[in-house]
Design a protein around this ligand. Structure first.
Ligand code: SAH
Ligand code: SF4
Ligand code: F3S
Length: 481
């Protein structure tokens, strides 16, 4: 939908708006600021906002951009859905994510009856689905603004349009136009932050909806990524997570020849960066020079999240993953050999069309041989429009549940075995969370394991040395040196 419709032609503010980004958005941020000041006077307090993020780290990152824009407008953060402005940044990777969102929107609608000036904004991956937007247009008329994944930077402009027209504003794009840099940013944690290095995905795994809702792969310029890392560390960030649906293909659509291993090196040279993580690489194209870079670069965490999805070569083929069970195991072995003490973690889908217990046995075999420190296990969810949804051998819920339990047991055993190996060691951890009630700090090891230990609150965000005393399966109890 074109953004220059209805009042946009007649409202002098729209006519005068700069055409270039990000200038145009700063202009709308200023206009919204004025409207919000007036509202604050009416209310006798600052209007509040609340952003709820569903889905993956990329959505989390988008939410930080949205928060940056809303804070620049003058909203105060609140943690409840009674806020004057509520944003749901949605996910559609599995059906249950959608169901949850609809329930919550209904609840918001009821809250809006108590506060007519409440604003409800829906964005994110689910909004890229025409059927979802249609349903909201028809059944949830009280929703104020709807946009998708390709134009989140327009938030201020769309909010302004809503205020000027008094009507529901829907602006969802089929594909990305430009990557807009230099928007206001807000970092949720302070000491750790994600950076998008690329958007979209071109892999089209047969079960997955992400390529349809996030569009084609686009990599950001390395200098913009390094600049963002520099900006973040100047503001106290110590750990950076480089984000993309397939980080190994970073740079494929750029001409400067900078690929992922080199990008890791560039980011690690930023003063103030203490740790770098990345998510996710794809097993089909994990180059040797990347393994060597992770091994040699002290700042790169010795943790590789390598999504397996299935250990059955037959299913992997049907999933369009471009590797076999043997190739995956070979890669896992190579990574473990060249990066001492590396932790491997993974994602697994259970119940893909045609899956039998024999396929699950293959998956379990890989779990054991690769020795995953942890695994996210998902029940296959049929996504309309994906090739797997049209396959005629869908697995029943009962069979899938049986497969799931079988896998879960193996994953639990392997994870506990892997973690146990670290008992008694002294490691550097980043202090991430402090609980007043217990006086315990939660720290994260380089390999992503967690440890709880007594500490002062002031240690939050710093790197300290901790002895791992007792293994509790997924985490440790320890003491600071
Ligand atoms: N790009 C990443 C994954 C992004 S989605 C990668 O390929 O590694 C995160 C995880 O959700 C996937 O790894 C997969 O395990 C799971 N997933 C994706 N589509 C799914 C579906 N239709 N049903 C169940 N799980 C799914
Ligand atoms: Fe989905 Fe596959 Fe792309 Fe990951 S690589 S986002 S699973 S299509
Ligand atoms: Fe969900 Fe979109 Fe991420 S569908 S998993 S939020 S890319």
């Amino acid at each position: 939908m074109d953004r220059n419709i209805d009042t946009v032609f007649t409202d002098p503010q729209f006519v005068a708006a700069p055409q270039m980004e990000p200038e145009r958005q700063y202009y709308f941020i200023d206009l919204m600021k004025t409207l919000l000041l007036a509202r604050a006077t009416e209310l006798g307090r600052k209007p509040t906002m609340h952003i709820e993020t569903f889905g993956c780290q990329m959505n989390e990152k988008d939410s930080e951009t949205l928060a940056g824009i809303l804070k620049a407008i003058g909203y105060e953060e609140s943690d409840g859905e009674d806020a004057d402005l509520v944003v749901y940044n949605t996910c559609t990777v599995r059906e249950n994510a959608n169901t949850r969102v609809y329930g919550r929107i209904g609840y918001l609608g009821n809250r809006k009856k108590l506060n007519r000036d409440k604003r409800i904004v829906l964005c994110g991956c689910m909004m890229q689905e025409k059927s979802a937007v249609e349903k909201i247009r028809q059944s949830y008329r009280f929703v104020d603004v709807i946009f998708g994944t390709h134009n989140i930077y327009l938030l201020a402009e769309l909010l302004y349009r809503r205020e000027k027209t008094g009507k529901q504003v829907i602006d969802v794009w089929d594909k990305a136009k430009e990557i807009v840099e230099s928007l206001p940013r807000y970092n949720k944690y302070g000491f750790k932050a994600g950076i998008n290095i690329m958007y979209g995905c071109d892999n089209f795994c047969s079960y997955c909806i992400v390529p349809y809702v996030r569009g084609r792969e686009r990599s950001r310029a390395a200098e913009d990524i390094v600049e963002e890392a520099r900006h973040l560390t100047e503001n106290g960030v110590r750990e950076i997570m480089l984000l993309g649906q397939n980080v190994n293909s970073y740079g494929k659509n750029r001409e400067d020849g900078i690929r992922f291993a080199e990008l890791l090196r560039m980011v690690s040279k930023v003063e103030g960066v203490k740790r770098i993580r990345f998510m996710s690489p794809h097993p089909k194209d994990f180059p040797d020079d990347l393994i060597d870079e992770i091994a040699a670069n002290e700042k790169v965490c010795k943790h590789v999240h390598l999504p397996l999805q299935s250990g059955s070569s037959r299913l992997l083929k049907a999933m369009n993953r471009h590797y076999t069970k043997e190739q995956y195991l070979e890669l896992a072995a190579k990574i473990k050999e060249r990066i001492p003490d590396v932790a491997l973690t993974t994602d697994i889908i259970i119940g893909f069309p045609g899956e039998t217990m024999k396929d699950v046995e293959d998956t379990i075999d890989v779990v054991r041989k690769a020795g995953f420190m942890s695994a996210y296990t998902f029940l296959y969810s049929k996504r309309n429009g994906t090739p797997a949804a049209a396959m005629d051998n869908q697995v029943s819920d009962e069979v899938a549940a049986e497969h799931f339990n079988r896998l879960l047991q193996a994953v639990g055993e392997t994870a506990a075995e892997q973690a146990e190996r670290w008992t008694g060691r002294t490691e550097t951890v980043l202090c991430e969370e402090y609980k007043e009630e217990t006086g315990l700090m939660t720290g994260r090891l380089d390999n992503n394991l967690l440890v709880h230990f007594p500490a002062e609150k002031e240690a939050l965000g710093t790197l300290v040395r901790v002895r791992l005393e007792e293994c509790k399966g997924f985490y440790f109890l320890g003491s600071q040196l």
